[in-house]
Design a protein around this ligand. Structure first.
Ligand SMILES: Cc1cc2nc3c(=O)[nH]c(=O)nc-3n(C[C@H](O)[C@H](O)[C@H](O)COP(=O)(O)OP(=O)(O)OC[C@H]3O[C@@H](n4cnc5c(N)ncnc54)[C@H](O)[C@@H]3O)c2cc1C
Length: 468
């Protein structure tokens, strides 16, 4: 079945009766199962695959992508770009829409509509099958997965892009955990902002938990909140940020950390680095080392745990070990990418880079002439400040100090989520409600001298390095 045919097939599977999306898709899964899609050794013949000598067309390898977040969609887009319709792709995920969560921090401030891309449309657009279901376990000896509904789906290559499991670090009154949902809403933050603006809350501590977590969310929120309070002359608001990192955003390197420290200082945000915050309730936050502080509210973010999928080997924390091409150790034809993997830094841009490495390896395995590049992480994000955003970039693939902070865009499209295939796809889909950098956020503005000089120095360092 070629791309168009697969798309038609996916289309007719879900549009034949006026049922809800979920019900329609459930029928689609059942029909696919009944038609022999599950456990079948091969799919329908490939329209454009070279015919073998007996005159019959070769079946296309079935790629099953579990998870339709950043890594899952990037894998799908990269496979289409690299392997076109040599592969028969199915996208399996429980939710109906993809929401770009990278812009979540700005939502409480400028309140754009939260909308996502319908996965049904994305799959149809890319000639893939879409199945709203949850992977329960992998039976790798049989090359199949079992969904939580009990359906068995066969695969030739399996990509695990199921993300991490967010866990609340503390359950205590006065603690707000943001970013634990898939809908991109920072539940509770608009209310906190309202209370700050009405002077009902004055002391807010942003506390990064120990362990794996997304790097820049609390910095975005602290800086945006400081700018919002400054714009309203709320001079008695006290903001602090407590983090176990030795320096602010230390993963980006010294140059970036120094500039961020300066930025926080300029915004009067008290910074406690190398410190652990522990909310004690009754308006008190322990800060270790250093004592503690009275607070009205603690804002924190989830600690990330591994998916601990049945049938897939994982470490003690549940994350999946892979090699640099995304192959899962000891399990043939199974790959993993994104927050679900054991790679220590969890971030959308890195999830996309891992997905690209996986897609290249799969493309080679289905006959594409390609030299698959291993995952060599380059961290990129946009820090939202309430003024000109800062573009941060650091090569973290080795011990070098290649890092840049800039007020001018360092990549294109200049999205907060930097992904080779997904970012342009989202930008093109803006009319459909995908969120990218708001225009005024990357319009640029005056460039503080210190940021420029850091940038120049590091750009020069990078140029010198690439010239070597
Ligand atoms: C508020 C917030 C702000 C962020 N800001 C940024 C930013 O500015 N820049 C940046 O790069 N990153 C940012 N991130 C991090 C980024 O969103 C994640 O690193 C990225 O989404 C990870 O991609 P992933 O595909 O691995 O996982 P996810 O995007 O979490 O996707 C996982 C997918 O797997 C599905 N799934 C889960 N379990 C199963 C199962 N058993 N079977 C089938 N499907 C399953 C889920 O439903 C989902 O579709 C932010 C995150 C949050 C929450």
């Amino acid at each position: 079945m070629g791309i168009a045919a697969a798309a038609d097939h996916a289309d007719c599977m879900v549009t034949s009766k006026p049922r809800s999306d979920e019900t329609q898709a459930r029928f689609a899964v059942e029909r696919w199962v009944n038609e022999g899609g599950c456990d079948a050794p091969s799919r329908a013949p490939d329209r454009e695959a070279p015919a073998p000598s007996n005159g019959r067309r070769a079946p296309r390898p079935r790629v099953l992508i579990a998870g339709a977040g950043v890594a899952g969609l990037e894998t799908l887009l990269a496979l289409r770009a690299l392997a076109d319709d040599r592969v028969d792709v199915t996208l399996l995920a429980p939710e109906l829409t993809f929401v770009n969560r990278s812009m979540s921090a700005s939502r409480p401030f400028d309140a754009p509509r939260v909308r996502g891309l319908r996965l049904q449309d994305v799959a149809r657009d890319l000639g893939a099958r879409w199945m709203p279901a949850t992977l329960d376990r992998v039976e790798h000896a049989q090359h199949r997965v079992v969904t939580s509904d009990g359906d068995r789906l066969g695969y030739d290559r399996l990509v695990l892009a199921v993300g991490a499991r967010p866990a609340h670090p503390w359950h205590a009154p006065g603690v707000l955990t943001v970013g634990d949902g898939r809908d991109g809403r920072l539940n509770g933050y608009p209310v906190l902002l309202h209370q700050l603006r009405r002077a009902q809350v004055k002391r807010v501590a942003f506390v990064r938990p120990a362990g794996a977590t997304w790097p820049s969310l609390l910095y975005d929120l602290a800086l945006l909140t400081a700018a919002d309070c400054a714009a309203r002359d709320l001079s008695d608001v006290q903001l602090s940020l407590v983090t176990p990192e030795p320096q602010p955003l230390a993963i980006f390197g010294t140059t970036v950390s120094d500039a961020i420290r300066q930025l926080m200082d300029d915004r009067a945000i008290t910074l406690h680095t190398g410190s652990y915050g522990v909310p004690r309730g009754h308006g008190w936050l322990d800060i270790v080392p250093g004592g503690g502080s009275s607070v009205d509210c603690v804002v924190t973010q989830p600690r990330l745990l591994g998916p601990r999928l049945r049938g897939i080997p994982c470490g003690g924390d549940g994350f999946i070990d892979t090699d640099a091409h995304g192959r899962v150790a000891g399990v043939r034809d199974v790959f993993a990418a994104g927050d679900a993997t054991a790679y220590a830094v969890k971030q959308g841009g890195l999830a996309a880079q891992q997905a690209d490495a996986v897609a290249e390896t799969i493309a080679l395995s289905v006959g594409v002439a390609i030299d698959p590049k291993p995952f060599a992480p380059v961290l990129r994000t946009v820090l939202l400040t309430g003024g000109p955003p800062r573009y941060l970039q650091a090569d973290i693939s080795d011990a070098s100090e290649d890092c840049i902070i800039s007020e001018t865009a360092l990549w294109s499209p200049p999205n907060k989520l930097c992904a080779r295939y997904l970012a342009p796809y989202l930008s093109n889909a803006v009319a459909n409600g995908a969120t990218v950098m708001a225009q005024r956020e990357h319009a640029g503005g005056g460039r503080p001298k210190h940021a420029e000089s850091h940038r120049r120095r590091t750009v020069d360092q990078l140029s010198a390095r690439s010239a070597r």
